[in-house]
Design a protein around this ligand. Structure first.
Ligand code: XUL
Length: 517
């Protein structure tokens, strides 16, 4: 059996797979907010931070690891687990002094992980991906490199507030003595992997690319980015490596306390998005995952390290080798819900009015679907922009508005993923709104690609379990074939007759966008 863990913003999840019988043997989650109220982090982070700070306490993640393992041991024979791999929320960074590795090597089963390892933290809490406090540091790094294009060309993303490099720089500037005492900097992923391995293990290429520090072309820490971030940083990071590499045996602590085999090994952990790419069965170029959530995300495998000339999208390492894109759209469900409420509709009316009753209007009316600031494209929109016929612009036919909003969202996605230069051959759609047949058909029509829906609950933790099995020599494409199947009957073909209509709508959408910014 193979164990995948995902340490996300709100919870720690485990998925155990048996690749021979092709079954998920067990899935379990521990919710940080409800299980550990003493950390006062109901949604997994400390609310009310000043100046855009969003931090979480790493001790809480450690308590969750102990609790999850104890619950897993009650329902699974953990001595059957051969390899453990995992993923973490991306960008979160953990700062540790020189006692960390000694503490890891001497973990005592009679005490908790949190009690034994927390004293090694040089920064008591970790900035996570929701943090926006590093605007000044992003500017300084960008200036030192001679501009955003260069930071993006080297690292795959322009300097971004939530990325770990700017966060490290802010720590160095605000508490230089504590930075100096920091011997090791980990990401959430490599921190948890290190605890399991009983020694500090590297950051992988997937998660490492979310730091503005990894050189995509050489897959190693970039000396000019390191120098622009903080002094002595190279000594605090281990060389980055591929996720599927095994790092050593599981620490004795877990063997004795939870009944794992002494032969169980730990593979490198990666970021939750790279792990999801694996868990959604989308690691080969041509496959695209669109996740419809509070924000929408688009991610896809890429053969080479191409970067977004506009600097909106990100490039990370693909755990299966090669690269992947990640593009976030802030106005996802937020915008869908805002329009639904404005028009006083429920979801089924949204679907019916928009899509069944307005078929003939496909590609006619345009809406820039932004109810507030957007990041792709980066602009402070305040309300949607409309361009179309009188019935649409006056709002007398609400269905036309719904159609134009959804078309606008997916035209915007198609437009801002073109830089990847990879032809979309199959889209795997996930997230709440993916279950809506009208929306799924619209995605197929706009991208002119088949769309499948996937019945995967915990795609990152499942991806991690597949990485664990691949690290032991199982064939990854074969594993994906078994574990990442589309829901029966969920596949939709595009309406090819609409290809030209949406091609022309895409051009008009682009012009409207250019005129509105
Ligand atoms: C990606 C990002 C988020 C986190 C969520 O850049 O910030 O998707 O990985 O866990």
């Amino acid at each position: 059996m193979f164990l995948g863990l995902d340490s996300s913003t709100q919870s720690l999840t485990a998925v155990v797979i048996d690749p021979i019988s092709g079954v998920i043997a067990c899935q379990l989650s521990v919710n940080f907010g409800s299980e550990f109220p003493q950390y006062q982090s109901p949604s997994g982070f400390i609310p009310g931070g000043a100046n855009g700070e969003v931090h979480a306490n790493p001790a809480m993640w450690l308590e969750a690891l102990d609790l999850l393992m104890s619950r897993l041991a009650m329902v699974t024979d953990l001595s059957e687990v051969k390899v453990i791999a995992g993923s973490g929320q991306q960008h979160g960074s953990v700062y540790l002094d020189s006692t960390f590795d000694k503490r890891l090597a001497a973990l005592d089963g009679s005490q908790s992980l949190a009690a034994q390892l927390s004293p090694a933290l040089t920064r008591p809490t970790s900035p996570i991906w929701m943090d926006t406090s590093t605007g000044a540091e992003c500017e300084e790094i960008t200036e030192a490199l001679g501009g955003s294009e260069e930071v993006c060309r080297l690292s795959g993303s322009i300097a971004i507030e939530r990325f770990s490099g700017p966060q490290i720089r802010r720590f160095f500037k605000s508490d230089p003595a504590a930075y100096e005492r920091t011997a090791r900097i980990h990401l959430v992923s490599s921190f948890i992997a290190s605890v399991l391995a009983g020694k500090s293990v590297p950051i992988d290429f997937g998660d490492g690319a979310g730091m503005n520090l990894l050189n995509l072309a050489t897959q190693s820490w970039d000396s000019s980015l390191l120098a622009a971030t903080a002094p002595g940083l190279d000594e605090k990071l281990l060389p980055a490596a591929l996720a599927t590499t095994v790092q050593g045996t599981l620490a004795d602590y877990f063997v004795k306390k939870y009944g794992f085999s002494a032969q169980a090994v730990v593979a490198l952990f990666t970021g939750d998005n790279p792990a999801s790419l694996v868990g959604m069965g989308a690691t080969t170029p041509g496959n695209v995952v669109i996740s419809l959530g509070t924000s929408d995300t688009f991610f896809a495998a890429m053969p080479g390290p191409k970067t977004d000339p506009n600097g909106f999208g990100h490039v990370f390492g693909n755990p299966a080798g090669g690269f992947m894109s990640l593009i976030c759209f802030r106005n996802g469900s937020l915008a869908r819900e805002a329009l639904r409420d404005q028009l006083g509709l429920d979801w089924s009316a949204f679907d019916r009015e928009a899509l069944a009753e307005t078929q003939a209007a496909a590609g006619t009316n345009l809406m820039l679907p932004f109810f507030g600031p957007e990041i792709t494209p980066r602009h402070d929109f305040s309300a949607p922009v409309l361009e179309g016929d009188a019935a649409f612009e006056s709002g007398e036919e609400p269905g036309l508005k719904v159609r134009a909003l959804l078309e606008g969202q997916f035209l915007n996605m198609r437009l801002h993923s073109q830089w990847m230069g990879v032809k979309t051959e199959r889209i795997r759609l996930t997230g709440g709104a993916a279950q809506n047949d009208g929306i799924a058909q619209l995605v197929a029509n706009i991208f002119q690609s088949p769309v499948e829906r996937l019945d995967v609950l915990n795609s990152a933790a499942l991806g991690a379990a597949l990485i664990a099995a691949a690290a032991a020599g199982h064939d990854l494409p074969q594993l994906q074939e078994t574990f990442c199947k589309a829901e029966a009957g969920s596949a939709l073909q595009p309406d090819f007759a609409l290809a030209g209509i949406y091609e022309s709508a895409l051009g008009r959408f682009q012009s409207l966008l250019a005129a509105s910014r």
